[in-house]
Each structure stands twice: as structure tokens, then as C-alpha cells.
Design a protein around this ligand. Structure first.
Ligand SMILES: Nc1ncnc2c1ncn2[C@@H]1O[C@H](COP(=O)(O)OP(=O)(O)O)[C@@H](O)[C@H]1O
Ligand SMILES: [Mg+2]
Length: 215
């Protein structure tokens, strides 16, 4: 039997000024599942994604990624897992403005140890699938917000992560580009990743298998 991509048990986290932000949260995300995280502004959606993305350490509880406990690992090992197993999409694409779109996408694979040629080939394959291969040599400043966000999605997927985390990825997009990004996240899940999306958008939540509500 294959366990879940992500298994969270009794997760607790607070900031100094916001104690008890996340209290005893349980969450399991299987390969192929896409889960929405909803809740009002300030309810801890972004914080939860940073915990799952191993950017923050919880105050208590367990976060298992592909069966491996992450909370007891050192910083180096957590960084390695983050780089190899986790793809993160932020609300703003956050591309290097002067680099070409394909180099932006390839970067993760390149630093992961792939040759430049292999990283570029993988990037182009993803960009073809997500309809932006024709923009490969454009500088990131020369593409629309929706195209940039699709590139950010490709960048997050370039290393075939086990877990894809997206923090309000359609927040700044028109409906058509939002739909493309939702489809892309759904496709990542269908390919076997676990996907967790923080969102205010009913359209995104509808594309998900279920919703976790933060109060
Ligand atoms: N780095 C931080 N230091 C202290 N408090 C923070 C920090 N980041 C977020 N917060 C606070 O934690 C709460 C949850 O924030 P956040 O996770 O960004 O919520 P959401 O994404 O649901 O809007 C808010 O009250 C916010 O002000
Ligand atoms: Mg947020």
C-alpha cells in the first residue's frame, strides 16, 4: 500500500503576537488529491503552507512527506527535501524579470543537478503542456501576469515534486488565466502529486477534492 503524500498530525503553530494560530490540525493528502485551504484573511492559510513547505518549523505535531517525518530533520535536510520534493507557487509569480521564461522554469532542475540541456528540455516540455512554449525566449517582464503565473507553475513542477503548494495562485489573475492555473494544478495532482491550494476563490475550491477550513 502506498501511503499519503502528506500526513499532518496534531500540528501546532503560533507567532509571538499570534499564539495558537494553528492548533491540532490534522490533514492527509494522497497522491492525486487536490485540497483547498480556505478561511478569512489572517486565519493562517499562508502560514500553514509555509509549515508544509518546510519554511517554518511547527511548535508541535508531525509533518510526514512521503512517509518521512520532517520535523526532526536539520535545516540542511529540510532544504534538500524542499528543493527536491516540494513545488511552491506564490500569488505573485516572482520570476527573475531579466531572465528568459524558459530559464526561469529550468532553474530549479538546473540547481537540482540536471545538466543545463536536460533542465531546459524538461522546462520546455512542461511549457508546451501549459501553453507557453512559444514564449520560452521572452524575458519574464515581457509576458502577461497569467503567462508569468503559468511559468511559475511550470517552475514548481520542473522537478516532479511529491507535493505542490500554491498560495492564492489565482488571486491576481483574470478568469481565463485563473482557469489555466487551476487546470495545471489539477493536472499535477492527476500525475500523482498531492496538491494543497490556499484560496479565496470558489472556482479553485470547486476544482479541489475537498476543503480544509481555517477559522
Ligand atoms: N512572520 C510573521 N510574524 C508574525 N505574525 C505573522 C507573520 N506572518 C503572519 N502573521 C500573522 O499570522 C496571522 C495569519 O497570517 P497568514 O498566515 O498570512 O494568514 P492568511 O494567509 O490566512 O491571510 C495573521 O494575524 C498575521 O498577521
Ligand atoms: Mg495568505
Amino acid at each position: 500500500m502506498i501511503g499519503p503524500r502528506l500526513l499532518v498530525r496534531s500540528l501546532r503553530f503560533g507567532y509571538r503576537d499570534v499564539p495558537g494560530l494553528i492548533v491540532d490540525l490534522d490533514l492527509s493528502v494522497a497522491a492525486g488529491e487536490m485540497v483547498a485551504v480556505r478561511g478569512p484573511s489572517g486565519s493562517g492559510k499562508s502560514t500553514l503552507l509555509y509549515l508544509l513547505g518546510l519554511y517554518l518549523r511547527p511548535d508541535g505535531g508531525s509533518i510526514r512527506l512521503d512517509g518521512q517525518e520532517t520535523t526532526s530533520l536539520g535545516d540542511r535536510e529540510r532544504s534538500r527535501l524542499r528543493a527536491h520534493r516540494i513545488g511552491f507557487v506564490f500569488q505573485d509569480a516572482g520570476l527573475h524579470p531579466d531572465a528568459s521564461l524558459v530559464d526561469n522554469v529550468a532553474e530549479g532542475a538546473f540547481y537540482g543537478g540536471a545538466s543545463y540541456g536536460a533542465a531546459r528540455a524538461r522546462a520546455l516540455a512542461l511549457m508546451t503542456r501549459y501553453g507557453i512554449a512559444g514564449l520560452a525566449e521572452r524575458r519574464a517582464v515581457q509576458v502577461s501576469g497569467g503567462e508569468a503565473q503559468r511559468a511559475a507553475l511550470c517552475r514548481a513542477l520542473v522537478r516532479d515534486p511529491s507535493l505542490v503548494l500554491a498560495d492564492e495562485p489565482t488571486g491576481n489573475l483574470d478568469p481565463e488565466n485563473a482557469a489555466a492555473v487551476i487546470e495545471g494544478l489539477r493536472a499535477a495532482a492527476d500525475d500523482g502529486a498531492g496538491v494543497v491550494v490556499a484560496t479565496h476563490s470558489p472556482a479553485v475550491a470547486e476544482a479541489c477534492d475537498r476543503t480544509v477550513l481555517l477559522a
